[in-house]
Design a protein around this ligand. Structure first.
Ligand code: NAD
Ligand code: UDP
Ligand code: UDP
Length: 343
């Protein structure tokens, strides 16, 4: 039995030289909430390839079975159709807690539910962590900095968040979730990790999630006007999803238990970004200016000194590379959609 496992490990290692494989004793039972979503499904791929047992809990609000269906039937994989606002009783060693709508149109669609997911849902996952003594990594966000007056954003900045506005259901519930992680760590001795994730893009982003990367690429591919909200002078810094997954795994397995930024400091105005995407797609699409978004942060860029120092992590994939891969993904998605409409 042991010999077979060692051979399995060696053959997997040969098949995927870029992945580090674990011996049986290092294998963990890992829960990924929101594992059928964009980020979660890439994380699941990496954990599965590394030989862990992975359990996904997802209610498919924005996630899709298609993102993880290649693992269904694998002996190390389990999918639970579960809304984390309800308690969950399972046995695990680690929890990556990602369940939450993430794009502004999605989290504003049902703001009350967004608050419940991040507050009640996070309490439930902390309660689970407490019962089974698991470590929990919470997917927080750069939105905890609100419309930042400090630039770039360091983890020590407390943020400038409007508690009463269209974004507050997300920003404030992510902030209270961080506070809950802190309280459970102090009071109950739970081991927690907090990743403040900055804007992330890549394959498997939802077609209709309304985020800037998916909107601009889809508009450019279909020669529809590229919609800039406001002046386009607001900035964002975009990280490719594989870099984020590296950072999340490194943070989970590190000794660092305070909030940590995970993002790519490469910063662009939204206007520059529109031109860049149009060029990469080779599109003739026009560029139009729409009304500004309420409470839209004017600038955003992570200071990643902490991640570089503690995790020896920094993003590796350039914006051009990452965008080309993402454009290829959306081009294919449009083809698939086109075919299924015709048949
Ligand atoms: P996503 O919408 O693709 O994935 C979220 C997943 O959570 C989906 O599969 C959805 O079905 C699931 N979910 C939502 N509510 C749930 C509930 N009540 N119970 C169970 N599952 C539920 O979004 P994403 O981009 O993959 O984001 C993942 C996490 O990372 C989120 O917590 C988000 O706030 C955080 N984050 C993402 C970004 C980004 O740029 N993508 C930036 C900052 C933070
Ligand atoms: N919980 C859960 N799974 C568990 C343990 C707890 O979902 O394995 C939920 C439970 O619904 C509870 C919440 O987590 O309301 C917080 O649990 P905790 O033990 O911290 O507090 P309790 O409210 O049970 O005193
Ligand atoms: N944005 C835009 N056009 C779009 C979608 C978004 O100009 O079609 C802008 C939006 O106003 C914001 C930035 O792009 O300034 C990033 O928006 P996104 O929703 O992707 O993420 P956010 O960082 O705001 O959560």
């Amino acid at each position: 039995e042991l010999e077979k496992r060692i051979t399995d490990l060696e053959s997997r290692q040969q098949q995927y030289p870029e992945v580090t494989f674990l011996s049986y004793k290092d294998r963990r039972r890992i829960l990924v909430t929101g594992g059928a979503g964009f980020v979660g499904s890439h994380l699941v791929d990496r954990l599965m390839l590394a030989g862990h047992e992975v359990i996904v809990a997802d209610n498919f609000f924005t996630g899709r079975k298609r993102n993880i269906e290649h693992w269904i039937g694998h002996e190390n994989f389990e999918l639970i159709n579960h809304d984390i606002v309800n308690p969950l009783y399972i046995e695990v060693d680690q929890i990556y807690h990602l369940a939450s709508p993430a794009s502004p149109p999605h989290y504003m669609y049902n703001p009350v539910k967004t608050i419940k997911v991040n507050s009640i849902g996070t309490i439930n996952m902390l309660g689970l962590a407490r019962r089974v003594r698991a470590r929990l990594l919470f997917a927080s966000t750069s939105e905890v900095y609100g419309d930042p007056e400090v630039h770039p954003q360091k983890e020590t900045y407390f943020g400038n968040v409007n508690p009463f506005g269209p974004r507050s259901c997300y920003d404030e519930s992510k902030r209270v979730a961080e506070a809950m992680c802190y309280a459970y760590a102090q009071q109950e001795g739970i081991s927690i990790r907090i990743a403040r994730i900055f804007n992330t893009y890549g394959p498997r982003m939802h077609m209709n999630d309304g985020r800037v990367v998916s909107n601009f690429i889809l508009q450019a591919l279909q020669n529809e006007p590229i919609t800039i909200y406001g002046s386009g002078k607001q900035t964002r810094s975009f990280q490719y999803v594989n870099d984020l997954v590296d950072g999340l795994i490194a943070l989970m397995n590190s000794n660092y238990s305070m909030p940590m930024n995970i993002g790519n400091p490469d910063e662009y105005t939204i206007e520059q970004f529109a031109f860049k995407i149009r060029n990469l797609v080779g599109s003739q699409a026009s560029i139009v200016y729409k009304d500004p978004v309420v409470d839209d942060p004017k600038q955003r860029r992570p200071d990643i000194t902490l991640a570089q120092t503690w995790l020896n992590w920094s993003p590796k994939i350039s914006l051009n590379d990452g965008l080309n891969r993402t454009i290829a993904y959306f081009r294919n998605e449009l083809l698939v959609r086109h075919h299924s409409e015709r048949n």
